[in-house]
Design a protein around this ligand. Structure first.
Ligand SMILES: NC(=O)c1ccc[n+]([C@@H]2O[C@H](COP(=O)([O-])OP(=O)(O)OC[C@H]3O[C@@H](n4cnc5c(N)ncnc54)[C@H](OP(=O)(O)O)[C@@H]3O)[C@@H](O)[C@H]2O)c1
Length: 313
């Protein structure tokens, strides 16, 4: 099985299915990456924040070295964390990521969130307004552009940006963002943001596509649609799994997705979603699940001047 691709606005291609790696623990993520390459994945969604880029890099170099995959066929994404938004910190941070991943370049580098924290603050300074940095993401973007000029990233983009922030960036940038990575699952289908991005030739990558199943039952988190009895019925009807129903629906919205799994069987099933089409009634049902409920809301940062979720999209 291999993933279909989408064209980026700079002519490059992003595989529609990528492997998410947040909370994929060291000791398991190496095998997950190797299993994913064997299953046909070429797109890996990483981040400095996740603390596991070194293990991912070990698995990637092993697979490149033994000839299972060529570097040029892989699409590796990483993200700049919020403490490092000053322009002069961006190149050193991508170099740290490259050293961990054991790569000379990555395919896509994203600003993880539009809001920044001071360099010496914690990584999650919740409730500490004094930890906010006033660096504008437009300044950060200049550092991102430098990464492309130096050949350290083939493409650059953003994550968790709202429509106003994207508009502001598009007015000022020299290199256009190719991707906005945002939360997309049936509880928050992001149709307006997907259209907004498509109109500007920006690809949306959807994160938390499975509704972060492991958070099910934790107060404040929406119930993942994968658990919905109607979705389980659909899975029987199409002879697929509930996860495949959800991913097929999300891809039909015109986006790329990065489901995380460290379970071999799920890694395999999550890329095997291109051989069926949901009928109108089932699509309508999944559309009706939209409640604009986020898993990654970070309300604790809502007083930050660059908090993205104070407007509709
Ligand atoms: N840009 C951002 O701010 C941002 C924010 C959040 C996430 N992300 C990215 O998006 C990726 C995905 O999001 P996420 O990890 O938060 O959540 P997710 O992919 O929605 O859910 C992951 C959970 O679903 C389980 N799972 C995976 N496939 C399954 C299947 N077919 N059936 C049943 N359960 C399944 C996984 O279990 P097992 O692993 O145990 O199999 C894991 O518990 C992240 O890993 C990260 O790369 C980006």
């Amino acid at each position: 099985m291999s993933s279909k691709v989408m064209k980026l606005n700079n002519g490059r291609e992003i595989p529609i299915i990528g492997l998410g790696t947040y909370k994929s623990p060291a000791g398991e993520v190496e095998r997950a990456v190797r299993d994913a390459i064997d299953a046909g994945y070429r797109h890996f969604d990483c981040a400095w924040l996740y603390g596991n880029e070194s293990e991912i890099g070990d698995a990637l170099s092993e697979k490149i070295k033994n000839g299972s995959v060529k570097r040029e066929d892989l699409f590796i994404t990483s993200k700049l964390w919020c403490n490092y938004h000053k322009k002069e910190l961006v190149v050193p941070m991508i170099k740290e990521t490259l050293a961990n991943l054991k790569l000379d370049y990555i395919d896509l580098y994203l600003i993880h969130w539009p809001f920044g924290f001071k360099e010496d603050a914690g990584m999650w300074p919740m409730g500490e307004d004094s930890a906010y940095s006033d660096v504008d993401y437009l300044e950060t973007w200049e550092g991102m552009e430098e990464c492309v000029k130096l050949g350290l990233a083939k493409s650059i983009g953003v994550s968790n940006f709202n429509s106003q922030q994207l508009t502001r960036l598009l007015e000022k940038c020299k290199i256009k963002p190719v991707v906005n990575q945002i939360e997309v699952n049936p509880n928050i289908n992001q149709k307006k943001m997907i259209k907004f991005c498509a109109d500007r030739d920006i690809v949306v990558t959807g994160y938390c596509p499975m509704g972060r199943v492991e958070n099910d039952g934790i107060p404040g988190f929406p119930t993942p649609t994968i658990k919905d009895p109607k979705v389980i019925e659909m899975a029987e009807k199409y002879e697929k799994t509930p996860g495949q129903i959800i991913l097929n629906y999300l891809v039909s919205l015109g986006i790329a997705v990065v489901p995380k799994s460290v379970t071999r069987t799920r890694i395999i099933e999550n890329i095997d979603i291109f051989d069926f089409k949901l009928d109108d009634e089932d699509t309508k049902y999944l559309d009706s699940c939209n409640k604009n409920q986020r898993i990654c809301f970070f309300e604790c940062f809502k007083t930050h001047p660059h908090f993205p979720f104070n407007i509709e999209y």
